[in-house]
Structure formats: C-alpha cells, structure tokens
Design a protein around this ligand. Structure first.
Ligand SMILES: NC(=O)c1ccc[n+]([C@@H]2O[C@H](COP(=O)([O-])OP(=O)(O)OC[C@H]3O[C@@H](n4cnc5c(N)ncnc54)[C@H](O)[C@@H]3O)[C@@H](O)[C@H]2O)c1
Length: 342
C-alpha cells in the first residue's frame, strides 16, 4: 500500500518511515512536511535515496494540497506525526499549536473522509491524560491536560473521536510515552542535554528533577504505531508505553556519566512550567501488547547508543544549534539560568 506520512521530516515521523521501508518492502511512502523549525531535510536525506519514498512540502491544514497528494498518489492510509510538540514553546505562545494540532487534524480527517482513505492513525501522547501521581492510565482514563501543548493534542484526539462517531471516519489514536533516539530536535530533555553537554555547556534541570517519565526508544514507538495501523481497530485508542519510568534527575546524571562531564554542568532552575509540570506519566499498554507489540530496546543500551549517535553526528545538530531562532529560544527561555546572553 501507499502511506502518506505527515510530519515525516521530524523525529518520530522519520523513524517511522525508516521502520516501514525496512519491514514492509511492498509499501511506498509519500512523506509530507511543512518544514517548520523542527522539520529538517537533513533528517530525511537517507529516506530520499529510496525509490519507495517521495517528499512533498505542504501544511496539513491545507486541505486542497493534501487531497491532491492523496488522490494522485492513490494513498490508502495516513499516519499523522505533524505537530507542534514542545511544551516550553507552548507556554510562550500557543497559536501554532492550535493551528496544527487541532485545525490540522480536523482537516486531515476531512481528507480521509472525502478521499475514501482506508485508515488514519493520529499520533498522540501520554501527556493528554495529565499527571499520574499513582497508578497507570488506561485508554479510558479522562483527558486532563495541563499545558497548552497537551491541551492542543487532547483537542486533536477529540476531533478524531468526533469524526469517528459522527461520520464513521476510520481513525485510530496512539498515545506514546517520552521518546528518545537519533534525529530528535535538540530541545527535549535527552537531545537538548546531550548536545549541550557535548559542547561543555550547562543544562537546565527544572526544580529538583523529580519528574518521572516513561521512556521509549523511537524505533519501539514507531513499531507500536505500525502495529496499531495494521492490526488496530478504527475508533480505538492504543497506549504505547514501556513501564521504563525514570526521574529527570536520574537521566541527567546518566548523561553526565556517559559523556564523562562534571556535575557542575547541571544548573537547577526555577521550573518554568510552574504548576503545569506533571509529576509523573505512566500508562497501561496491555491493549497494544495484546495485538503482538512489545518494546525491544533495552533502555541502558538505547540511551548509550543514542548519546554515541549525537557524539558522532555533530554535522546534523550543530547547524540547528547555530540558527539565530534556536539561540534566541534558548536564551529567552533559559537565559538567566544558563548564563546565555539575552
Ligand atoms: N517526542 C516525543 O517524545 C513524543 C511522545 C509522544 C507523542 N509524540 C507525538 O509524536 C508526533 C511527532 O513528534 P516529534 O517528536 O517527532 O516532533 P517533531 O517536532 O520532531 O516533528 C514534527 C514534524 O511536523 C512538522 N510539522 C509541524 N507542523 C506542521 C504542519 N502544520 N503541517 C505539516 N507538517 C508540520 C514539522 O516540520 C516536523 O517535521 C507529535 O504528534 C507528538 O505529539 C511525541
């Protein structure tokens, strides 16, 4: 089949394309991406070498453009990774989050219905459930998002539910945990800290770093999404978690260890997310596991390989870190704590 993968030039979307090209030799992919600040052609250079991959630059809110791609490419399934994804950026300004994560999703759902696409997967996040001080979220847990980012993702999920109920649009939602691996834009905990430590720069630990996240390697996340696409039921939601729960402070110390850097590079800063910094995320993923998926990558090995990848791929991340937009964001958000010029 031909898949339309939206958000293909980002972190998880590009990993998903690699996964499909490797595991489904009969499939072709049309990758679509707006190439926002976090989408990079350098991330998909290897994919572009495949005759089974082609790339289109467009925004998912552009219903006419996406419809044209779907019709001319005889697309049978859409997997949507396109999103604004950074909590901290959503605290500064949420307009793009609402445009892409809510309106964009509703436009894609209209394309699915209008063009007779057989299945769509909406890639969502555990953050829509809000904090889990105890226990685990199931797919039936209430949506209690706490940041503008997670609220926009929850609104996208509700668009999916409504289109399934109202029109029978064949959409599946996946909710994955915190992902790590190669090609992650250097703004999330592991990728941001790795590139800063590699440059002997300080890393900002929010508060005491006691927030707990459920970490999943990006290829395990990609495999989970693929399992939901091929074996899941339209209208259903599937959590994709690992039960690998780690405190941010623990991750930070492991990164220092792996890179042989001193503790003095940790700068504890006042939590910019204030009350919205969820203390813990944790999911019950037995529903997806019952379809045959399970995580394969051991966390210690995955983290070691990921840090080695950033060490070896300065040519990928340094041009991003040198962009004025990137430096302005870091200085504006963390400036006083990290000693960066404002
Ligand atoms: N990174 C994580 O830990 C994580 C965890 C769970 C779920 N998710 C979800 O996975 C998806 C992908 O996340 P990611 O980490 O790969 O993000 P990313 O920022 O690396 O990639 C997002 C991609 O979407 C593109 N994009 C943004 N707006 C667009 C638009 N309007 N039209 C077309 N393309 C657009 C960007 O150019 C970029 O290539 C998101 O939906 C996110 O909510 C991420």
């Amino acid at each position: 089949m031909t898949l339309l993968v939206t958000g293909c030039a980002g972190f998880i979307g590009s990993a998903y394309c690699r996964y499909v090209l490797k595991h489904h030799p009969e499939d072709a992919i049309i990758g679509l991406d707006a190439l926002t600040y976090s989408g990079n052609l350098s991330t998909i250079a290897d994919l572009q070498e495949s005759s089974r991959f082609s790339f289109v630059q467009a925004r998912i809110e552009d219903e006419a453009a996406v419809s044209d791609v779907v019709k001319s490419g005889s697309v049978s399934a859409i997997v949507n990774f396109a999103a604004e994804t950074h909590n901290d950026r959503s605290i500064l300004e949420d307009a793009d989050f609402l445009t892409t994560n809510v309106i964009g999703v509703s436009k894609l759902l209209k394309v699915v219905r209008g063009c007779g696409v057989q299945k769509m997967v909406q890639v969502s996040t555990d953050e829509v459930y809000g904090a889990a001080p105890h226990g685990k979220f199931t797919e039936d847990s209430p949506l209690l998002p706490n940041t503008p980012y997670s609220a926009s993702k929850a609104a996208g999920d509700l668009q999916c539910r409504a289109h399934f109920k109202t029109f029978g649009t064949p959409v599946i939602i996946t909710r994955g945990g915190n992902s790590y691996g190669p090609f992650q834009y250097p703004e999330k905990l592991i990728s941001f800290f790795a590139v800063r430590l590699l440059q002997d720069k300080k890393v900002p630990l929010y508060g005491d770093g006691s927030q707990v996240r459920e970490w999943i390697h990006v290829m395990d996340h990609a495999a989970g999404i693929d399992c939901a696409l091929r074996s899941g039921t339209p209208g259903e939601i599937y959590n994709i978690g690992t039960e690998n729960e780690r405190k941010n402070s623990e991750i930070t110390r492991v990164l220092l260890d792996l890179l042989s850097k001193p503790e003095s590079l940790i700068k504890q800063i006042e939590d910019p997310r204030k009350g919205a910094h969820d203390v813990r995320y944790s999911m019950d993923s037995s529903k997806l596991r019952s379809l045959g998926w399970k995580p394969q990558v051991d966390f210690d090995r995955g983290l070691r390989e990921t840090i080695a990848w950033y060490d070896e791929h300065e040519s990928w991340w340094k041009p991003i870190c040198d962009r004025p937009e990137y430096q302005q964001f870091v200085a504006r958000f963390y400036g006083p704590g990290l000693g960066e010029d404002l």
